[in-house]
Design a protein around this ligand. Structure first.
Ligand SMILES: [Zn+2]
Length: 136
């Protein structure tokens, strides 16, 4: 986490939870703890995209759909995440769906991505991302 200063940890988490990064997605990113719900994993993966934490994204990607490699678009800045409807994905569930709207900026242009993501539990029982349907 060398890219993050102490101040960055005190700042509001980019996932929009209203909590500090330190008490929100940081613990997931450093693998100190694991998301208990699909929504928490969704939030932490959004934040990982914003912070370019490639390993975290790959590790929380289901083996069946995980890319071997991918690159971040350096010209793209994630601006906000709004979580919509969640189906299952709770403490006792084995799968879950999270709808969200993510806003981003490329140059002077703002755009949004709407997706319904599908999550399951991996071999150790931790939530992982499988795939998503767009514009739902
Ligand atoms: Zn967060």
């Amino acid at each position: 986490m060398s890219i993050l200063s102490k101040n960055a940890n005190d700042a509001l988490c980019l996932c929009g939870s209203g909590q500090n990064y330190e008490s929100c997605c940081l613990a997931f990113h450093t693998r100190k703890t694991y998301p208990e719900t699909a929504e928490q994993l969704m939030r932490s993966r959004y934040t990982a995209y914003a912070l370019h934490l490639k390993n975290y994204l790959l590790e929380t990607w289901d083996i069946s759909t995980r890319p071997g490699e991918f690159e971040f678009d350096n010209g793209l800045t994630w601006k906000s995440l709004i979580i919509g409807r969640c189906k299952k994905g709770r403490l006792k569930d084995q799968q879950g769906w999270v709808s969200f709207t993510a806003s981003y900026q490329v140059g002077l242009d703002r755009a949004t991505l709407q997706e319904k993501s599908y999550f399951i539990r991996d071999g150790q029982g931790h939530w992982c991302y499988v795939d998503g349907e767009f514009n739902v």
